[in-house]
Design a protein around this ligand. Sequence first.
Ligand code: PEP
Ligand code: MN
Length: 345
Amino acid sequence: MLVVLKKDLPIQVLEKIKSLIYNYHETIRLLYLNDQPILWVTELDSNEIDLFSDYNEFIERIISEPISWPLATRAVRPQGSVINVGNQCISEEIFHVIAGPCAVESWEQLYNIAIQLKELGIIFFRAGVFKPRTSPYSFQGLGKEALMMLKELKQRFGFYIVSEVVSELNVELLSEYVDILQIGTRNAQNFELLKAVAKTQKPILLKRGMAMRIEEWLYAAEYILSQGNSKLILCERGIRTFETYTRFTLDLTAVAAVKRLTHCPVFVDPSHAAGTAELVEPLALAAIGAGADGLLIEVHHAPVAALSDKDQQIRPLDLKRLLSKSATILPHFGKRLGIVSTACC
Ligand code: PEP
Ligand code: MN
C-alpha cells in the first residue's frame, strides 16, 4: 500500500508522521519521488492504517494494492513522467529519436554523421565513448578524446548528447559533458554504478539487462529513483532467448507491460536487438505500436567501415524513411514526432 502525501505538507506534520511510523520501521518507510513524500506500507493490517486518520487532510491519495516498486509504479504518477533535458521534454506525448553511431571513431566520422542527422531534425545525438565490448581485443572506444569531440559537436550543432557510463570511475567525467547518461545492458544490475549515476541528478537512460526479468528491471529503476533522481528513461534493447538468428530478441511484450507498470518513459533500441540493419525499421515501427515513447537507433554514414556494431547501423537515408513513417503513424498512438525539422517528412 502507498500513502501519497501532499507535497506542501508542513514540516511539523511530516515530523509527526515520522515519529508515528518510527515503531513500524520494518513495515512503513517514508520515501520521496523527488519532492513528493510517499509512505510505503508493506505489512499493516487495516486497523493500523488508522494511524494516519488525524492526517487525512495531508494525504493526497491512498493506493491500497501491495506494491513492490513504490517509486517506479505508475500509481504514484498516473499521468506519466515528463523529463526535461535543456529546452526539450521527454514525455508520453512527444516521441524523440536518439540517433548516432555506436561509437565515436574520429572527428571526421562524427561530423559527417552529425551534419546529416541535424538535417533530419535529430535533437538527441548518441555515441559511445567507453565501449563495453564482449572481447577485450575489440575497439574499446576513444575515451576522453571522444568526449572532447562530443563537446565540440554539441557546441556546433546544439545536440543533446547521450553516452554510456561503464564504470563508476567515469561518472563524474561523463556527467560534465553528457546530457543523458546511458546505462548499458551489461551494467543494468550494477547497483553501485546505478546509485553513483543517479546521484549526478542527470537524466538517465537505463537499458534492460539482456537476461533481466521485468521485475528486476523495475527494481533497477527503483535504485535510481530512490536516490532522488526521477529523470529516468527505460530502454528495451532485446533479451537473450533460444533464438540465435537475430542478435537478441526484442521484447515488445515487456514494452507494453512496463508502460502500464511505471510512469517512466519507455524507449526501444531496435538496433542492438536486431543486430542487422534491415530489421531496424520494422522493429522500430512495431515498437511504436507497442506503446514506446521513443527510439534509440544506431546510425553511421558508412556502416561497413564502422569500428563496432557495423552490421546493425543504418544510414542517415534509412533513418529519414523511418522518421517519415513514424511521423505518419504516431498520431494514432497519441504522440507526435519530436524533431525540429521537416526535412524527413
Ligand atoms: C550501445 O548502445 O552502444 C550498447 C552497447 O548497447 P547495449 O548496452 O544495449 O548493448
Ligand atoms: Mn552499439
